[in-house]
Design a protein around this ligand. Structure first.
Ligand code: F3S
Length: 392
């Protein structure tokens, strides 16, 4: 792989031992995937933030790393942490978990990383442009940035994202290249889709069918960015879809040739069957929305639905700190709290230890429905928002 003089010096240890090691990791990765060179990245999103996911070995690694004085070179955000960093007591997080989670956050802060822990960085101040090269980790954020924004990232792991953040570039392979962004399947959408849950169910179905390939959707009549984030998140969970195209909606769809591709049909029957498959529970202990992290529009929609009512079940809405603060300023938080709900920032139902609190969780997210049984030992009620927000 071609390296610039600056990159060669980094590899020779001119910027210290940590940078040298991270450069080796990037070069190795590039060699494995036949990258021709390194490309500068505009931003990074690092995963492996929750104490629940990385435990003591991860915490010790990050503290050691941060103690060596390395700093990130580009705008770098974090994936959700294992708790609301301000209101962890309110959601039943044990003090020893909180202490360790805070040490992880302090280590990231020392490295110059922005302490915004979210899977929707594009809604919270880290918005790449069309065709910009980035190195993001969280699979729904990867899918959204590649597909809806048209930025370019592979599905980075925690270490490769951190290496990109500290070195400032990533090897040029995979989805950074035009030839790897072409669709493999056409998804012929015949189903009636109204809710995020419908898009999540379709994503779950398509991800299971296409695995890590690229689907091209046609026949979606209307979808907003929340619907698309629900779709992409579910496909990235049940499969490993990192890029999809939607005819007439996503920026690269018009450039793609779909002639001769295998066609998969998704109709109302498949939609119904997917809902049935994702439902493993009956009576939920809690309703948790915001997977991926809720946008302000989604929070406002909940507030509108619950205004003046008392909810039958506890409600959490997971989102970024920025969205929560805006919702608070707009009076939406107050409306939701009066109805019995909470807005929980910096974390989510999958990466926080909810298994200590609940047994059955209701969600409207195909991705959360996929992960909750394995990661959090939950039975799942999967439904649309109308059915989930029941009044007392
Ligand atoms: Fe985000 Fe957690 Fe879902 S990281 S995409 S809210 S599982």
């Amino acid at each position: 792989m071609y390296l610039t003089k600056e990159q060669e010096k980094m590899l020779e240890g001119e910027e210290g031992e940590v940078v040298e090691k991270l450069m080796r990791l990037l070069v190795r990765l590039g060699d494995i995937y036949n990258a021709d060179r390194m490309i500068p990245v505009g931003s990074v999103q690092v995963s492996g933030v929750s104490y629940k996911s990385i435990g003591d070995p991860g915490l010790e690694f990050l503290e050691d790393f941060a103690s060596k004085g390395v700093k990130v070179k580009v705008l770098t955000y974090l994936n959700p942490a294992g708790m609301d960093l301000e209101n962890w007591r309110e959601i039943g997080i044990p003090a020893d978990f909180a202490e360790r989670q805070n040490r992880i956050i302090s280590a990231f802060k020392k490295m110059g990383i922005v302490i915004t822990a979210t899977c929707t960085p594009y809604l919270a101040g880290n918005l790449p442009r069309f065709r910009e090269h980035i190195a993001w980790s969280e699979s729904s954020a990867v899918s959204f940035s590649n597909s809806v924004i048209g930025a370019r990232t592979n599905r980075e792991g925690g270490p490769s994202a951190l290496a990109a953040a500290i070195c400032g570039f990533t090897p040029n392979y995979g989805l950074h290249l035009d030839e790897n962004r072409k669709p493999d399947f056409v998804i012929d959408v015949k189903a009636d889709l109204s809710f995020n849950a419908d898009f999540g169910a379709m994503g779950y179905f398509v991800g299971s069918a296409v695995k890590n390939k690229i689907p091209y959707f046609r026949g979606i009549k209307e979808a907003n960015t929340d619907n698309l984030k629900a779709l992409g998140a579910a496909m990235a969970a049940s499969g490993a879809v990192a890029l999809y195209h939607v005819e007439g909606m996503t920026p690269e769809a018009g450039l793609m040739d779909t002639e001769g591709l295998e066609v998969i049909e998704f109709g109302n029957e498949e939609l119904k069957e997917t809902y049935e498959k994702l439902n493993t529970g009956e009576e939920p202990d809690v309703v948790i929305l915001g997977c991926p992290h809720a946008s302000l529009r989604e929070i406002a929609e909940v507030a509108k639905r619950v205004e003046g009512k008392t909810l039958k079940k506890p409600l959490w809405i997971c989102t970024s700190r920025a969205m929560k603060e805006t919702a608070e300023r707009m009076g939406l938080l107050d409306v939701i709290e009066k109805a019995g709900g909470k807005i929980v920032a910096d974390t989510c139902m999958v990466v926080s230890p909810i298994e200590n609190l609940f047994k059955t969780t209701a969600v409207n997210s195909g991705k959360a429905a996929h992960y909750l049984p394995g990661f959090c030992k939950q039975k799942v009620v999967f439904a649309n928002i109308n059915d989930l927000l029941e009044e007392k």
